[in-house]
Structure formats: structure tokens, C-alpha cells
Design a protein around this ligand. Structure first.
Ligand code: HEC
Ligand code: HEC
Length: 430
């Protein structure tokens, strides 16, 4: 029986994943000593996901003007950063997209962090980006639709705002060409933050702490484009850490490549050392037998990897699975951008990293659990004239369905970066 409910974030963190974060996935960051992180603190080479980048300007409570000035005076905060991705995600490094005119710097990440959590960007000071892309809700939202100012909802589910550095086109239908383009959209969207760009710029410029940051970081100070650049830079810094899949994937690849040598490893010390290291990683982030079977199904009989491919588990393409297509006037998704028939009802393949945290699922939030999702694929999606030709009934047994779910829950769960949600600039005295 497939009885598993939507996993509870707290119990995942407190229970199964706790061991993983301390023993395995977390190790790449937390094994570093304080001395090391201090030394590297102002180097221009960084690994995204390092809490140093997203902990906010040092201190507590609201940011004071003098703290911001001291931060801005440190020239190393303005160095264009040479970035690497955390282990696992780094397999996708070739797909990193950062526009030439918006290099990442510590100061820009930090300014974007403040803006991301700041409700003063909305018309009535109640909604921030984090309202719908909430770190406590896996950087998405537990509601089927994003809830904006005055409780209004749109028709689409909030996607996650992490690992965006590996995508160029944004939104379910890819209508924004970059994170920079995307980021300023919600501010002026009537049902999201309900503001105008002019009004939000005025608000920001009137907050001295923001004013001096924009002046120092950008040649032209507070503009809506620069708000977009700062937000996009912060979002690029939000990446997920290693998960059991990453370790097992290496093991499977090794065992396939060296299938003939495995018996004789004792005679090849170098190869054996490599193998032992890979084994040690899987031991530190173990997956159950069921999840290991699910991993094979994912790339094999269940055909999930046909679209959920690569380091971020997405081909960055648009497909019609039939979700919502039974409606009289369905959301046509990508079609509204391209006008091509093949794109009717097609939506962008989402990442599956940390998928256990971000129910409900699909562009319309219509599937509440991973059980429902797997049932959907097992029956071949919903028949309609534009259904992807990759969607076929899978004939998975109940056990195989359970295995796939176990793989997604255990194998695809990794660490989120630490991000401070406080430390925003003070409002001007009235
Ligand atoms: C009221 C809820 C809401 C608010 C507030 C909101 N978003 Fe979103 N966001 C959504 C929804 C819903 C979508 C998907 C819309 C679509 O695809 O048409 C989305 C899409 C995105 C995407 C695209 C992700 C992808 O995988 O393509 C990013 C990035 C994003 N938002 C960042 C932000 C930022 C930055 C802010 C603040 C400036 C913000 N959002 C404010 C609900 C919200
Ligand atoms: C034809 C390409 C394709 C195949 C094959 C495919 N997916 Fe998907 N997947 C997508 C797309 C596209 C979406 C979003 C569809 C939508 O919202 O209309 C999606 C959504 C999902 C979601 C929800 C993600 C979210 O954030 O809401 C999960 C979970 C998922 N797929 C898992 C799987 C599994 C497991 C398999 C194999 C049984 C699989 N997918 C096979 C393309 C595919």
C-alpha cells in the first residue's frame, strides 16, 4: 500500500536527515574550521551554499547605517566572485548562467538577500518574495497557488527559488529570459506584491541603508533594473547541498565503468582507493534498499530521467503531461509564449532536488503527494492531443511505485543553505 503522507519538514530535519546533514551532506561545509572560513572569508573564490555568503552583514537585529557603511567600505565585498557549486550540483557547472553585466559579489548577494525578505517592496508592506518562496517551506509554498497582497491568489503553484543559477529561462512557461527579468515581475504584479516599480523604487530610495548600498554597488544607484540584478544575484547564491543520490550515482558509474576490474581491485591499489572513497560517501549518506531500487527505476523502467536529467534533474524543456488539460479552458503554458501547437499545455520540467519538501506538486498545485504524482505517471498522464510522446503507461507494480517514492524522499533530499531572514535596513525616522 502507498500510505506515505507528505513528509513533514520538521520530522525530516529532526529525524532521518539529521544524521545525513551532520555525517554526510553537511560535511562539506561544517567540516571547515572557523579559522579556515575566516581565512577564505574575503577570497574571491567561493563555493555557493557557504553560509558566509548569506548570513547577512555581521551583527544582530536591524542593520544600522554604520554597520552598512563598514561593510561597504570593505573592498573585498565588491570583488567579482569566482564561484563553484557544492558537490553533486557541480556536475551541472557547464550550465551556470550569469549575465556578463551582473557579476556576483558578496555585497550584491547581501543586498539581494535584504530585498528578498523585505515586505516593504509590496504595496501594503505585507508580502515579500519569501511569502511564496519561503525557506521554511523548501523555498516554495505549501499552498497550491501563491498568495499575494490582500490574500489574492493566481492560478499557478510557486516553484522553488533555489538552484536557479542552472536555469536561464524562468517561470513555468519560460517567459522570463533571465532571473534579472524575472525578479522585478512580482513587485508590479497586481495579485502578487501589488506595487508599481516607481513606488517601490521610491520606497527603497527613502531607506538610507538601501540608498547607500545601491549607490556603492551600482553606477546608477536605485533603479528597478538594479533591484532585479541584486535579487537575481541572491537567488543564484541559493543552491542545495549534496544528497545520497550524488554519492550513489558515482558508485553506479564506477561499478559500470570498471565492471571487469571489480574482482581484481586488490591488485590495483589506486583504483581500489578510489572505490573505497566512493563507498565511504555512500556509507555516510545511506539509502534504503527500496530507494536504491527506485533509483534504478527512475533511469530505467519508469523513464523519469528522459526529462528529469542532469545535475538539477531537469532538461530545461517544456512538456505536456496532461496536468489541468481536462479543464474547459486549460492553462496553455508554453503555448502562450511560442504560439506553437506542440507547446499547448506544456510546462517547464522542474528540478526534483529536495522534492519531498515542496508539495503540492505541478504547475497548478493539483497533486498533493508524491504518491499522486507517481500514480499520474504510471497511468501515462492524462490523454490529450498534445500529450508528450514520452508519456506512456508504465505498468509499475505497487512495490515499484513505493520504491520510486522512497528514492525521491531519501535519495533526493540534501542540505539547504543557511540564510539569514533578519538584518534588514531600518526604515527612515518619521
Ligand atoms: C504571491 C506569491 C509570489 C510572490 C510574492 C513572489 N513569487 Fe515568485 N513565483 C510565484 C509563482 C506562482 C510563480 C510561477 C509563475 C509562473 O510560472 O507563471 C513564481 C515564479 C518565480 C520564479 C521562477 C522559478 C522557475 O523555476 O522558473 C522565481 C525565480 C521567482 N518566482 C522569484 C521571486 C522573487 C525574487 C520574488 C520577489 C521579488 C517573488 N518570486 C515573489 C509566486 C510568487
Ligand atoms: C516528458 C517529460 C517528463 C517525464 C518523462 C517525467 N517528468 Fe516529471 N515533470 C515534467 C514536467 C514538465 C513537470 C511539470 C508539469 C506540469 O506542472 O504541468 C513535471 C513534474 C514532476 C513533479 C512535480 C514537481 C514540482 O515541483 O511540482 C515530480 C515530483 C515529478 N515530475 C517526478 C517525475 C517522476 C518520478 C517521473 C518518472 C515516473 C517523471 N517525473 C517523469 C516532465 C517529465
Amino acid at each position: 500500500m502507498l500510505q506515505r503522507k507528505k513528509p513533514n519538514l520538521n520530522s525530516l530535519i529532526m529525524g532521518g536527515v539529521a544524521g545525513l546533514m551532520i555525517g554526510g551532506a553537511g560535511a562539506y561545509l561544517s567540516n571547515r574550521t572557523n579559522a579556515e572560513s575566516l581565512e577564505s572569508a574575503k577570497s574571491d573564490s567561493v563555493t555557493l551554499g557557504d553560509p558566509e555568503l548569506t548570513s547577512g552583514i555581521p551583527g544582530i537585529a536591524l542593520l544600522t547605517q554604520s554597520q552598512i557603511e563598514a561593510w561597504l567600505a570593505d573592498e573585498s565585498n565588491h570583488l567579482p566572485l569566482k564561484i563553484t557549486l557544492p558537490p553533486g550540483l557541480d556536475a551541472g557547472s557547464a550550465n551556470i548562467y550569469i549575465p556578463d553585466d551582473n557579476p556576483m559579489t558578496r555585497a550584491k548577494i547581501e543586498l539581494g538577500r535584504q530585498l528578498y525578505f523585505d515586505e516593504r517592496l509590496s504595496s501594503d508592506n505585507t508580502v515579500s518574495c519569501a511569502s511564496c518562496h519561503d525557506p521554511a517551506q523548501g523555498w516554495g509554498a505549501e499552498m497550491p497557488f501563491g498568495v499575494g497582497v490582500r490574500g489574492q491568489t493566481g492560478g499557478r503553484n510557486s516553484p522553488v527559488s533555489f538552484n536557479r543559477i542552472l536555469s536561464k529561462a524562468q517561470f513555468w512557461d519560460g517567459r522570463a529570459d533571465s532571473l534579472e527579468d524575472q525578479a522585478v515581475g512580482p513587485i508590479a504584479n497586481a495579485i502578487e506584491m501589488g506595487n508599481t516599480h516607481d513606488a517601490s523604487i521610491k520606497t527603497i530610495a527613502a531607506i538610507p541603508g538601501y540608498q547607500i548600498q545601491f549607490e556603492k554597488i551600482f553606477e546608477d544607484g536605485v533603479t528597478i533594473d538594479n533591484v532585479g540584478k541584486a535579487l537575481a544575484t541572491f537567488e543564484r547564491a541559493i543552491v542545495t547541498g549534496p544528497m545520497p543520490y550524488d554519492a550513489y550515482d558515482k558508485l553506479v558509474k564506477f561499478e559500470t565503468t570498471f565492471a571487469d576490474d571489480l574482482e581484481y581491485l586488490d591488485e590495483e591499489p589506486e583504483l581500489k582507493a578510489k572505490y573505497d572513497a566512493i563507498k565511504a560517501d555512500t556509507d555516510a549518506m545511506p539509502m534504503s534498499e527500496s530507494a536504491q531500487r527506485g533509483m534504478k527505476l527512475f533511469a530505467g523502467k519508469a523513464n523519469c530521467a528522459a526529462c528529469h536529467a542532469g545535475a538539477n534533474f531537469t532538461d530545461e524543456q517544456y512538456h505536456n503531461l496532461g496536468v489541468g488539460m481536462e479543464a474547459a479552458e486549460p492553462d496553455l503554458g508554453r503555448f502562450d509564449q511560442t504560439g506553437e501547437d506542440k507547446d499547448r499545455g506544456a510546462f517547464k520540467t522542474p528540478t526534483l532536488r529536495n522534492i519531498a519538501f515542496v508539495a503540492p506538486y505541478m504547475h497548478d498545485g493539483s497533486q498533493g503527494t508524491l504518491e499522486e504524482v507517481v500514480e499520474w505517471y504510471n497511468k501515462g498522464g492524462h490523454k490529450n492531443p498534445y500529450l508528450s510522446d514520452k508519456m506512456k503507461p508504465l505498468n509499475l507494480t505497487e512495490q515499484e511505485q513505493a520504491d520510486l517514492i522512497a528514492f525521491m524522499v531519501e535519495g533526493l533530499t540534501g542540505e539547504f543553505p543557511y540564510v539569514s531572514q533578519a538584518r534588514l535596513p531600518q526604515s527612515p525616522a518619521k
